[in-house]
Structures are given as structure tokens and as C-alpha cells.
Design a protein around this ligand. Structure first.
Ligand SMILES: NC(=O)c1ccc[n+]([C@@H]2O[C@H](COP(=O)([O-])OP(=O)(O)OC[C@H]3O[C@@H](n4cnc5c(N)ncnc54)[C@H](OP(=O)(O)O)[C@@H]3O)[C@@H](O)[C@H]2O)c1
Length: 217
């Protein structure tokens, strides 16, 4: 089974040149995804509402010194110092479908296609951004990968008081992921979810979560 999978899948360690759209890229996990994927030589489309933060992130990635600062492959592979490797796109996942489609079109045109979408900003974003990116991937005919960022609360591993809406949305994210995988697989688009554990970020600054951190600590 494992050898069968390895014949079908590309090696994860070779991400050179892949174009990745990350939603919720201005802070927390999304920002870290962008930095790590850029270090793995992906081209990044960073999306969120706070464009000043996105610009800072893209400026950091586009600096000629960025790839030589860290990463196992950075010292052995040549790269064009003038190359743009990260582009910012303003995207509010609570906007209507038409506005999201326009933002997705800008994201698609930034590098001419998108290989992977990381839905890091909410279940509504995972649904609508995937819908428009998925259409472009299907029409582009080169397949792709969609990764939905969920939480262990959506897997019934931990529940926090006051987390009803959040836990319900993450539970929904897993059903959304499974159904999207079924529907988009025929277009060679993989859909998966990552259920993250608890870590410090702007989201977990809320009083109830901070209290839980103190209890766990
Ligand atoms: N932190 C945890 O312990 C934890 C645990 C499990 C799962 N997760 C999941 O991991 C993901 C990232 O969480 P995080 O803790 O890194 O969050 P965070 O630091 O608060 O960052 C959230 C990001 O989402 C963006 N965002 C918020 N509302 C948006 C909207 N309407 N449209 C577009 N972007 C929006 C924010 O950017 P703008 O404000 O600039 O738009 C920001 O970039 C979330 O899906 C979260 O549920 C987090």
C-alpha cells in the first residue's frame, strides 16, 4: 500500500517552484506556512485582509538574502535574485462569492496558476475559496492540492467551554474536506485536512483560551 502510494505521489520534499495560495497569511500559522514553504522554494500568494502585514511578509520573502538565510537546499541551489517569489492578495473570506472569485482570479494570475491552496481562514473560506480555485485548477488541467486547516476540537479530542461555534465549524470542516475530496478527485485535485493542536496566536489571546493554556501549563 505504502509503495503503491509512493509511486503515485510526488515526493513532498521537492516543492521547488510550486505555487501555493495561503489564506489567513497575515499572522499566526498562515504566516509561518508562507515562510516555511518559501524556504522550500515554493512561490507564495499570501491572502488576508490586512494588506500592510502581507506586504511586510512578501517583502521579507522577496529579499535576495531570504533563501540564503535558512533551509537545507538554499546553499546548494542557485536562484535568481530579482525573481518575485511572494505576492500579496487582499481577501476577506466573509465577502460575497463574486468578491472572492475576483480575489482568486488575481491570485491565479500572480504566477499563472496555483498548485496548492491552504485554507487557513475559516470554514466559509475553505468552501468558497476552494470553489473558485477548484474551478481554475479543473480548467487548467494540471490538478492540484487543497489543504484545509482544522483543529483537534473538530476531531473530538478536546473541547473548551465557550467553543461551541468554533468546534462545530471545525467538525464541519472535516465533512467538507471528505466531500470535496470525493467530488474533486476526478479532476486530479487532492483534498486533505490538518487538525492542529493548541498553540499561541491572535485567536488564542481570548480570555477563555488563555485560561486553558494556564491550566495546561
Ligand atoms: N491557534 C491555535 O491554537 C489553533 C489550533 C488549531 C487550529 N487552528 C487553526 O489554524 C488556523 C490559523 O489560526 P491562527 O491561530 O494562526 O490564527 P491567527 O494568528 O489569529 O491568524 C488568523 C489569520 O486569519 C486571517 N483572517 C481572519 N479573518 C479573516 C477573514 N475574514 N478573511 C480572510 N482572512 C482572515 C487573519 O488575517 P486578517 O485579519 O489580516 O484578515 C490572520 O492572518 C485557523 O483556521 C485556526 O482555526 C489554530
Amino acid at each position: 500500500m505504502a509503495s503503491q502510494a509512493s509511486k503515485q505521489l510526488e515526493p513532498w520534499c521537492n516543492l521547488n517552484g510550486k505555487v501555493v495560495l495561503v489564506t489567513g497569511a497575515s499572522a499566526g500559522l498562515g504566516r509561518e506556512f508562507c515562510l516555511d514553504l518559501a524556504r522550500a522554494r515554493c512561490r507564495i500568494v499570501a491572502a488576508a485582509r490586512r494588506t500592510d502585514r502581507l506586504k511586510n511578509l512578501c517583502d521579507q520573502i522577496n529579499q535576495p538574502s531570504f533563501l540564503s538565510s535558512r533551509g537545507p537546499s538554499s546553499s546548494t541551489m542557485a536562484h535568481d535574485h530579482d525573481e518575485v517569489r511572494a505576492v500579496a492578495v487582499e481577501l476577506d473570506v466573509t465577502s460575497n462569492g463574486q468578491a472572492i472569485e475576483v480575489a482568486v482570479q488575481k491570485a491565479w494570475e500572480a504566477f499563472g496558476h496555483i498548485d496548492a491552496l491552504i485554507n487557513n481562514a475559516g470554514v466559509r473560506g475553505a468552501w468558497l475559496v476552494s470553489k473558485y480555485v477548484g474551478k481554475c485548477m479543473r480548467d487548467g488541467g494540471r490538478g492540484g492540492s487543497i489543504i484545509n486547516i482544522s483543529s483537534i476540537v473538530g476531531l473530538n479530542r478536546i473541547q473548551l467551554p465557550g467553543g461551541l461555534a468554533y468546534a462545530s465549524s471545525k467538525g464541519a470542516m472535516h465533512i467538507l474536506t471528505k466531500t470535496m475530496a470525493l467530488e474533486m478527485g476526478k479532476h486530479n485535485i487532492r483534498v486533505n485536512a490538518i487538525a492542529a493542536g493548541l498553540f499561541r496566536s491572535e485567536i488564542t489571546e481570548s480570555d477563555s483560551v488563555n485560561l486553558s493554556f494556564k491550566k495546561i501549563g
